[in-house]
Ligand binder design. Structure first.
Ligand SMILES: [Fe+2]
Length: 183
């Protein structure tokens, strides 16, 4: 699938701009992680881009969250099993069986913290520093919806040191910043 077609699906199925921007931000982080690990960048990018595709439809019916996304994607002819598995895995630990399906959990959380951090900076995503992101990580009242544990456990999850992971996350966010009004 070409990225334009993938973005078309995101526009088709999301309702809220905040969901669209979240998906792009996680895609950016996942692409940067794929580059770091020498993995398939499109595959990892699409896992990020689609992971919360049904979010606006399943907010009141969390049981269906991710299941509905997988159903839609299959109907659209998207059948990369590893991506579909990673989408299920970001919600349900039983599917976490490879690097991709673990990475999506960490990427989801760091993207949330990075976007929230960028939004309170005049320069937005430009010039973000690992040290300032770590301060935001410790500040529990900042972006309280971000699952801090899913960032801190990155070493156990995908073998990266926290600082390195945050730097990769910053690079990933910056690579998509112009698409989500963070420049
Ligand atoms: Fe997410």
């Amino acid at each position: 699938m070409e990225r334009d077609a993938a973005l078309g699906l995101v526009k088709k199925y999301t309702e809220k701009d905040i969901t669209y921007r979240h998906l792009i931000s996680v895609e950016g982080v996942m692409r940067a992680l794929a580059r770091h690990f020498g993995e398939d960048e499109d595959r990892w990018g699409y896992a990020g881009l689609f992971h919360d595709l049904d979010y606006d439809q399943t907010a009141d019916d969390f049981e269906k969250h991710t299941q509905l996304t997988v159903e839609w994607l299959k109907n659209e002819g998207f059948d990369d099993e590893r991506v579909l598995n990673a989408i299920l895995a970001h919600k349900d630990p039983q599917y976490r069986d490879d690097l991709l399906s673990h990475a999506i959990v960490n990427a989801d959380a760091i993207a949330g913290l990075l976007v929230a951090s960028a939004l309170v900076r005049p320069e937005k995503a430009a010039g973000m520093k690992v040290s300032s992101v770590k301060k935001k990580l410790k500040e529990k009242s900042f972006a309280p919806g971000v699952e801090r544990e899913e960032i801190r456990e990155v070493k156990e999850s995908i073998g990266l040191e926290l600082d390195e992971f945050i730097q990769i996350g910053i690079d990933g966010l910056q690579s998509v910043a112009s698409e989500i009004e963070l420049t």
